[in-house]
Write a protein that binds this ligand. Structure first.
Ligand SMILES: [Zn+2]
Length: 371
């Protein structure tokens, strides 16, 4: 990427907004394409707008502009480092791209979802709201927890398996909402009469363009490409809706791992207490609360946290932003970059950013000190 320009003229669109628009357009495009198979014109308005605005950026930078939406989509497959247009102000890393194998990347999701924040998306998602309202009306927090656990552990599920889980009392309350959360596995997931799953995340594996290699669709999968169970396609296989895979399943794996590990230590731990007041609450007295984040890019997360850090309840002794191990592994300097870009979560602040492993160690330390 070339250097950013000093003092941009006022007519020049903000890089951050252009990239967000492009990412939203790609997400819309992908959604249409997944629903209808082949894509028909017109392209989503955001793609056209992004094309116009990128053209302005290109002119101003003396760089070649994409000539069409098709051109733009090809550009979106390339890492930003290879772009001739500088996007140095756009909160993206040089190695990130918006599309991979024709599918939107996690980067694209983070940039393109309107707020880019999981909690907001969950609260504003109609289905999640219905689930919360119903569980609350029935005073059944355990049903809410069971719903989220199902979505995290089973992004893909055989029809018979789902039916039997819906017979369990906690989930029975939300049977209609659970069914709404899943769609039939798409035609491209079926070959030789079977639907292939991934052992790393229990999601689907989809074919690459060559139709011979099958890859896990989830970029944050802890063990991508490990072959899981093959389900007979004829018996029916469900796949979680895309937005729920992004906003519930991917960040949820870290939440479940933390809860499982702390439970094994014998520490009282609650997931999504009080219908999602936070992600994890540990200890009964003077609780520690944690907000688990699975953003791919620490700079985008820092911006988000600078805009709105969660409110810590007065009774909480400590509060943490916890970064999932997948993210920390993918970016060795993740926490340094986050703390540098967001001083509000540095050590000594009311809310401190830590890795998943650091969080578990800190909990263990308090427990051992109390024993
Ligand atoms: Zn996977």
């Amino acid at each position: 990427m070339p250097d950013p320009q000093p003092n941009p003229p006022s007519w020049l669109p903000k890089q951050q907004i252009v990239v967000a628009q492009l990412a939203s357009g790609i997400l819309e495009y992908a959604q249409h394409a997944a629903a209808g198979g082949s894509f028909r014109l017109p392209y989503p308005a955001n793609l056209q707008l992004a094309l116009d605005r990128l053209t302005l950026l290109a002119w101003q930078q003396d760089a070649p502009a994409p000539t069409s939406v098709v051109d733009l989509l090809q550009l979106a497959e390339q890492p930003f480092d290879d772009w001739k247009i500088s996007l140095a102000d756009a909160d993206v890393d040089p190695d990130e791209s918006l599309l991979a194998y024709g599918r939107p990347t996690v980067t694209c999701e983070e940039l393109g979802s309107l707020r880019g924040d999981v909690e907001g998306e969950i609260r504003e998602n109609a289905l999640m709201r219905a689930v919360m309202d119903k569980a609350r009306a029935a005073d059944a927090p355990q049903s809410y927890v069971a719903f989220r656990k199902l979505l995290i552990r089973h992004p893909a599920i055989a029809a018979l398996d789902l039916d039997s889980r819906l017979a369990e009392p906690d989930l029975a309350l939300l049977a209609g909402e659970v069914r709404d959360a899943y769609l039939p596995a798409p035609p491209q997931a079926i070959a030789d009469g079977v639907v292939r799953t991934c052992a790393g995340c229990n999601g689907l594996r989809l074919p690459l363009d060559d139709d011979r290699s099958w890859v896990c669709e989830d970029e944050t999968c802890p063990a991508p490409g490990t072959a899981g169970v093959d389900h007979p396609a004829g018996e029916g296989v469900w796949w979680l809706r895309r937005e729920l895979r992004t906003f519930i399943t991917a960040p949820g794996r870290a939440e479940l791992r933390i809860a499982d590990e702390l439970s094994r230590l014998g520490v009282p731990v609650r997931l999504w207490p009080d219908f999602d007041a936070c992600d994890v609450a540990v200890f009964g007295e003077r609780p520690w609360i944690a907000d688990v984040k699975a953003w791919r890019n620490p700079i985008r997360l820092a911006r988000r946290l600078r805009e709105r850090l969660f409110t810590v309840p007065a009774e909480a002794e400590k509060a943490f932003i916890v970064i999932g191990q997948e993210q920390v592994r993918a970016h060795p300097r993740y926490l340094d970059r986050l703390r540098k870009a967001c001083p509000q979560v540095r050590p000594g602040q009311r809310v401190v950013a830590v890795s998943e492993a650091e969080f578990v160690r800190a909990v263990r330390k308090r427990m051992e000190a109390a024993a």
